[in-house]
Design a protein around this ligand. Structure first.
Ligand SMILES: [Zn+2]
Length: 277
C-alpha cells in the first residue's frame, strides 16, 4: 500500500477549520487476508463522506482522508484498543480496551455486522502492530499536525470529524436492531470536546434546513474527537454522523439522487461555520 491518507485542499489551514474523514477509504491492502469479500467488508465504510465535504477545501480548510478500509484498521480507536480474541498469543504492547471488542469492532474488526467472522484464523501480534505503524500512527500524526498548525497560526482550531452511519441500526448496533436513526447525529462526548456553542450552531443550521438532528444519541464521538480536543485551549472537535439513506443506496454502495443536495447543504453548513470562526 502507498501513502495511507491524502490531505485534500491546502496542506496547511488557511482558516481555523480542519476536517477529517477516517472511514471513507476503500483501497484494500494486499495483506488484509480476509475470509469475506471486499464488498462485504465495505459495510464498515463511510462511503463518499470525503466527497460530501469537498466544499471545505475551497474555503481553505484541509480535509484529511484515510485511504485504507476501516475494517482493516479503525483510526477512530485508540491504538491499544485491541481485540484479544483476534490475537494469536499474548498482546505484548499497550492494552486500552473500549469495550467494542465484544461487538467485533475494536481497532481491527473481528466480525461483520451479521456476526460472521472476517478472518479464518487469529492474527499475530506483529501483523497487528504492522497495521498500526502503517496506518494508525501516520494518520494520527497527520491530524495532529493539521490541528497544531491551525493553533499555531490562529490560536484556535475547529475540527469536524466526518462520518456516516447506517440509516437503520443493524444486528451489532448498540442502539438496537431496526432503530431508524436521525438524519444527523452530532457527538461532542457530552459537551467535553468543543464549545457547546459550536455543537449548537451545527445543530441549528442543519435543523433549519429541515433535517432531523440528535446530539450525543446514539453516538457521542470516539477517539479522534477525544484525543486532541481541549476546548479551554481553543481546540474544538465535533463528530458529525450522517445517515447514509440521505445520499446513497446502502445495498448497492452507490450514490443516490440525494447526494448532490446533501453536498450543497454541507457546503452551506461550512459557510455558516466559517462566518462564526
Ligand atoms: Zn465513521
Amino acid at each position: 500500500m502507498s501513502a495511507p491518507y491524502e490531505i485534500r485542499g491546502p496542506k496547511l489551514p488557511a482558516i481555523p477549520l480542519v476536517l477529517d474523514s477516517p472511514h471513507s477509504g476503500n483501497r484494500f491492502p494486499d495483506d488484509f487476508g480476509a475470509l469475506v469479500s471486499q464488498s462485504e467488508l465495505r459495510e464498515g465504510e463511510d462511503c463518499f463522506v470525503d466527497e460530501l465535504y469537498a466544499g471545505a477545501t475551497e474555503m481553505g480548510a484541509p480535509l484529511l482522508a484515510a485511504l485504507w478500509p476501516r475494517t482493516y484498521l479503525d483510526p477512530n480507536r485508540h491504538a491499544g484498543d485491541v481485540d484479544l480474541d483476534l490475537i494469536d498469543g499474548p498482546w505484548p504492547w499497550a492494552y486500552v480496551p473500549s469495550g467494542k471488542a465484544r461487538l467485533g469492532k475494536a481497532l481491527l474488526w473481528r466480525t461483520l455486522e451479521d456476526g460472521r467472522p472476517i478472518y479464518a484464523r487469529r492474527l499475530s501480534p506483529e501483523a497487528v502492530r504492522a497495521r498500526i505503524e502503517r496506518c494508525h500512527a501516520p494518520y494520527h500524526a497527520a491530524i495532529r499536525g493539521l490541528l497544531d498548525a491551525s493553533v499555531k497560526r490562529f490560536g484556535k482550531v475547529w475540527h469536524i470529524n466526518c462520518h456516516s452511519m447506517r440509516g437503520t441500526a443493524g444486528r451489532q448496533s448498540e442502539d438496537g436492531e431496526g432503530n431508524v436513526r436521525a438524519d444527523f447525529v452530532l457527538g461532542d462526548r457530552d459537551g467535553t470536546t468543543c464549545d457547546p456553542g459550536f455543537t449548537e450552531l451545527v445543530r441549528r443550521t442543519l435543523a433549519g434546513m429541515g433535517y432531523s438532528v440528535k446530539v450525543n444519541d446514539p453516538y457521542k464521538g470516539v477517539e479522534l474527537v477525544r484525543a486532541y480536543s481541549d476546548p479551554m485551549a481553543g481546540r474544538h472537535s465535533l463528530q458529525i454522523e450522517i445517515s447514509k439513506r440521505l445520499y446513497m443506496d446502502e445495498a448497492a454502495l452507490a450514490k443516490s439522487a440525494g447526494f448532490g443536495r446533501l453536498q450543497k447543504d454541507l457546503t452551506t453548513l461550512l459557510e455558516e461555520i466559517r462566518k462564526a470562526l
